[in-house]
Design a protein around this ligand. Structure first.
Ligand SMILES: [Zn+2]
Length: 83
């Protein structure tokens, strides 16, 4: 069954790994494969350097705010359960 053992190659370190492990990101029409979170993060950090600082700052603020709101919701739900 060749489909089950499809191998991907990490674009950061070149290591080959089976699909389902590691991290894949689909951007546009391309899929980017990373054998580990560490390699994905290394790549993403480099990607972030390509962005305009103003856009980057805004994006980080927005996403941080979203996570803060989600966290708040989870905490409220937990607090209700306990009561
Ligand atoms: Zn890698």
């Amino acid at each position: 069954m060749p489909l089950m053992t499809e191998k991907l190659e990490c674009i950061v370190c070149g290591r080959r790994f089976p699909r389902g492990q590691g991290v894949t990101l689909v951007i546009g029409e391309k899929e980017y494969a990373f054998h580990s979170k560490r390699c994905a993060l290394k790549f993403l950090r480099r990607v972030l350097e390509e962005f305009d600082e103003g856009i980057l700052t805004k994006a980080f603020n927005n996403v941080a705010k979203e996570f803060a709101e989600e966290l708040e919701e989870v905490r409220e739900r937990k607090a209700k359960k306990i009561v």
